[in-house]
Design a binder for this molecule. Sequence first.
Ligand code: HEC
Ligand code: HEC
Length: 268
Amino acid sequence: MKGKPAVNVSSSKRRRPMAAGVLLLLALVSTGAAYAVTTSALSAKSSSAANADNARQGKLLFTEGCSSCHGLAAQGGSNGPSLVGVGAAAVDFQVGTGRMPMAAAGVQARRKPPVYTQAEIDKLAAYVASLGPGPSVPKASQYDFSDANVAAGGEIYRLNCSQCHNYAGKGGALSDGKVAPQLMDASPKQIYEAMITGPQSMPVFSDRQIPAKNKQEIIAYINYLQSAPDPGGSALGRLGPVTETVFLFTVAIGALVAFAIWIGSKAR
Ligand code: HEC
Ligand code: HEC
């Protein structure tokens, strides 16, 4: 018993350089392991954490730019409606088309160049979405119209949209000084969002009324209207054969009358 401590002391003294090396190695390995564990845990958590982060930053943007009308908690105020439950899609549409922030109280928010970047809009949308369930921003696959039938879309459009937006998407007047805007500038995503959120006096078109596939067909049709060239000069509002006939009749008869007068003046 008496000899043992001595042996231990001397042996531990002899091993000290080795022990230090082992300790260093252990420290390195454990830091490495800890790093690996925390980073994988972080990346697993990152999507939900990023969402919460977006919502938090969105709340700051909202307080600065929107709360004067919509209230500090988006509960609504004297100058703007409650946004609880309108969903991320409504924010993406309203801010993405520049309608919000509304410059001044008026009959209707008009489309204008957006004030916020898409990254900021995503944050505002995450904040509003965190307040209550509502339609989320559609995924690219939802408004992809590359396989959609344009002619079928034209029929559904004439049935559901043309009474307000005109046959050719040129827009039209509604009551009380409101207007259904022309559709020439709306992107496929914004067309989809307009249908699922129903901005202002536009109705919401649920998937029960217009199934997802038909929404894509409508988008394909509006895209066709946006990109179709007007053959042979002025479009004349694309109102069809009646305007075209009236126009031609007036111009042609006018030209004939002018010609007759000219001949008459020569003959004299
Ligand atoms: C000057 C007041 C004002 C400001 C500022 C403002 N809004 Fe609005 N907002 C309104 C009014 C009024 C309406 C409803 C009228 C309309 O839709 O044309 C509205 C409608 C909306 C809607 C549509 C709600 C629905 O039921 O679909 C959203 C979403 C929205 N605002 C988000 C925002 C966001 C986000 C901001 C800040 C970037 C903002 N607004 C700033 C006045 C304002
Ligand atoms: C009762 C009339 C009405 C009907 C029906 C209607 N809309 Fe609208 N739509 C509106 C009004 C009003 C607005 C403008 C809302 C605002 O200013 O906040 C609008 C806005 C839009 C916009 C945004 C345009 C832009 O450039 O920002 C799109 C896209 C749109 N509608 C598509 C459609 C489609 C597609 C249909 C058919 C499925 C449809 N609308 C049916 C009244 C209507």
